[in-house]
Each structure stands twice: as structure tokens, then as C-alpha cells.
Design a protein around this ligand. Sequence first.
Ligand code: NDP
Length: 294
Amino acid sequence: DGLGGIIDGKAIAAEIRAEIRNDVSSLSSVIPGLATVLVGERKDSATYVRMKIKACSECGMESIHRALPADATEGDIIAVVRALNEDACVHGILVQLPLPDGINEENVLSEISIEKDVDGFHPLNIGKLAMRGREPLFAPCTPRGCIELLKRSGVEISGKEAVVVGRSNIVGLPVSLLLMHENATVTITHSRTVDLASVVRRADIVVAAVGRTEMVKADWLKPGCVVIDVGMNSKPDSTRKSGYRLVGDVDFEGCRKKASLVTPVPGGVGPMTIAMLLRNCADAAMKCEKSAAQ
Ligand code: NDP
């Protein structure tokens, strides 16, 4: 009918959580523990942390929460991270970003022991991700979620043209590196790219991580391509009580008519981020049990 299929991120994330629950229950000497560090009073950050803690307990994992006031110093935050590095009950440490103004995020993230860097943002983990023949201990969650969506939807990545829109440290860059690891031919685009539409038109796989409401249009797409929409933007919508609704970086209704598969927003990449965080943390605990047994 010309309408593309939809990649159901909610269902795929639920499948992954079930696998994690299963893995966690088969551990005999270790309960995976995720530490969350929240600095300040940002409501959205507090919500994300709450969601992560809830997801942890649903998978049979422990969570350890550390809250610091908005005026905490870099030293205060680093002291908390160092204590968590030493805590044997903690297998993963997540420092919720963004940190308050004036705090150098890289200084804080670099303090997380790379064995516990379940967000995958430690410069060493990103560096290993960029190098051939090196395996990062953890890949960042949202990018890893994009790859899982492709794989579990039966999309062939090897040899395909992938175009990533956006080059942020959190999404665009690491998803590009992961696609390259899967042997795609990858093009990274950004705000200085000339004639973005014609670059995107080359792609068998498009990953949009721009942060611009419905920017990617149907006529930018090669017919039959696969589109992964990472964007989370609020769009004014007077029919909603809140006055807005969540939309992606892709014009979903238009692109559905051109692509073979598209992720919706919400219900696409979003649910995968927490699932991959739990996966990374469970993997860390499983590694721990294995090495204790040796
Ligand atoms: P950033 O703002 O850090 O990066 C945006 C990137 O898009 C930059 O590389 C920028 O280019 C590029 N860009 C901006 N405008 C244009 C344009 N007009 N044309 C081409 N490229 C452009 O965003 P993030 O990567 O952190 O996030 C991207 C989106 O993903 C956001 O909507 C965010 O909310 C969402 N997100 C969703 C997550 C999830 O779990 N689903 C997790 C994380 C993010 P340049 O580098 O040149 O400035």
C-alpha cells in the first residue's frame, strides 16, 4: 500500500527487559546494582532518574540513589562518584546530565571507573569505540538502542549506506561509530552540511538526531529506506491538555509513505535507552560474577 512498516520500540524494549530479567535471575552470587547521581532540581532530570530506578527494580536489579543540591561543587560530585567506584554493590554508575552550569561534565564523567561506565560516556569508552580492534566496555545507551532496533527488525546493516544527521557526543557520533562497526558505509552530517536533503537521499539507513521538529521530509528519502528517529521535541498542540505533544526529528506521516520502516515518536528509540542502560548494567554484574568465579 506504499505505507512503510513501523518499528515498535516499546515491544522490542519489553523483549529486551524480559531477557535481562531472565539473566539477572540466573545470577547466583551477585545482584546487579545501578547507582544514579542526580545534581540539582531539574524536573526532567528527576523524572528520568525515577524512570531508571523503577525499570531497575522491574528487572530484579538494585538501585542506589545519590542526590546532591544544585550548589554542589565539582569536588562534591567527584567525591560521590569515587565512593561509588569503590562500592562492590554498585556495578553501574549513571550521572544524570546535564550537570548544573559551572560544573565541567567531562571532569566528572572521567572519574567514573570504566568498568562501571554503563552510560558509555567515559572518554576512554568512546575512544575505544572509535578504534578498530578495540572493544569498548560499554556502548552509549541511545546509540546502542538504535542498532538493536535495526537488528531486531531484520534490517541488514553491513555494506549499506547509512546517513546520520547530527554529530553530538551523546547520539550522533557514537551511533555513527556503531554503524561503522556493523560495516555500514557511514556519512555524518551536521549544521554545516551543504544540501542535507541530497546527502540523506543516498541513505539505505537514516538516523536523525538533530533536535529539530519534523525536519526530515519524505522527499529527502530514498524509497524503501529505513528511518530511525531519535528526536524528542515538543510541538504545540491545542487538542492536548498539556498544550503540546512529543514529536521526532522526522515528519513521520510523510516519511511512512516513502520508507520501508520508520520508528515512531514516542514509542521508537525512547523506550530503548533505558532498556540498554539496564542491559549494560546487567552485563557488568554478569562479568563481575564470572571473574569472581575464576
Ligand atoms: P544536540 O543538540 O547535542 O546535537 C544536534 C546535532 O544536530 C548537532 O550535531 C547539530 O550540528 C545538528 N544540527 C542542528 N541543526 C541542524 C540542521 N539544521 N541541519 C543539520 N544538522 C543540524 O542534540 P542531541 O544529539 O543531544 O539530541 C538530538 C535529539 O535527540 C534531540 O531531539 C534529543 O531530545 C533527542 N534525544 C533522544 C534520546 C532518546 O532517548 N530517545 C536521548 C538523547 C537525545 P552541529 O554539530 O553543527 O551543531
